[in-house]
Design a protein around this ligand. Structure first.
Ligand code: IPE
Ligand code: IPE
Ligand code: MG
Length: 267
């Protein structure tokens, strides 16, 4: 594809494989607002609109799982007014988008320490999850009060109690088994992880599941993340060769001459 071609979901679909699972660290709302002399919460409001765009783009592309990092374990440490504004926005987002999500056949899922959410937020979330549970075109997972280390700790606790109860032996522990005890059990690992706002870190996001994901870091702040940004990320994914530790080309043993050559250098 040429550099100056206008990207569309259709052109990106035609140019290669669409990642089955895309995860996104939606970062940079506060800085986006600060740069415009607005309070951080203003940026979160704009960020909610970017969520709508990203969901629509993923759906148009035929992505099957979209997982959004919306609120981390660590984010509870922010000022109370910001935390409650994010929770209010989450409720607003769900109420506003429910019928649109349903029309598009999107199922809703939430992972994290959900019991820590305010009661009203949790109730609205649970109701929406139930209402959308029959849909099968795409699964939208919101990571709320989520931390990769908490998720792993929870999984290990559950595994340990099974062992204590004699329902499992330690020799049965495998990567597959651990995966089955995570909050993402049953979901494929993300193929592509996107982080906005130029930060180059994972920030405790799906630590186990991102083992072999392709990473895409975007300079744009989350409120500015457009359909084109999303399509550029998928295009970048399509240009990569995933190897999972294997090799693609044919290999052969060393010849005697090559062995001699190496020996000479090693001595
Ligand atoms: C991401 O934007 C949204 C949440 C963490 C809730 P930030 O609020 O982290 O914005 P920056 O990174 O401070 O700009
Ligand atoms: C990660 O962003 C969490 C979410 C996007 C919800 P943060 O802004 O909290 O992460 P750090 O502090 O830059 O690592
Ligand atoms: Mg941030």
């Amino acid at each position: 594809m040429q550099e100056n071609t206008i990207l569309t979901p259709e052109s990106v679909q035609a140019s290669g494989e669409i990642p089955q699972h895309v995860s996104i660290i939606m970062d940079g709302n506060g800085r986006w607002a600060g740069a415009r002399f607005r309070p951080r919460v203003f940026g979160h409001h704009k960020g909610a609109l970017a969520v709508r765009r990203a969901v629509e783009t993923a759906r148009k592309l035929g992505v099957k799982y979209l997982t959004l990092y919306a609120f981390s374990d660590e984010n509870w440490g922010r000022p109370a007014y910001e935390v409650s504004a994010v929770m209010d926005l989450l409720e607003k987002y769900i109420n506003r988008e429910l019928s649109n999500l349903n029309q598009n056949g999107i199922r809703l899922n939430a992972i994290g320490e959900l019991h820590r959410l305010p009661e009203r937020t949790k109730k609205i979330l649970d109701q929406a999850i139930l209402q959308l549970s029959g849909n099968s075109q795409m699964v939208l997972t919101l990571c709320l009060s989520y931390g990769g280390r908490s998720e792993l700790s929870e999984a290990f606790k559950k595994i340990a109690s099974k062992i204590e109860a004699g329902q499992l032996t330690s020799s049965q522990i495998s990567a597959e088994l651990i995966g089955n005890y995570l909050w993402t059990a049953g979901m494929p690992d993300p193929d592509l992880m996107i982080r906005t706002s130029g930060e180059l870190r994972l920030s405790n996001f799906l630590l186990w599941q991102h083992a072999y994901s392709e990473m895409y870091f975007c300079k744009s702040s989350w409120p500015d993340f457009s359909e084109t940004h999303f399509l550029e990320a998928v295009q970048s994914f399509q240009s990569r060769q995933r190897r999972f530790g294997l090799i693609r080309e044919a290999s052969r043993p060393l010849t005697l001459e090559e062995l001699e050559e190496l020996k000479r250098e090693e001595h």
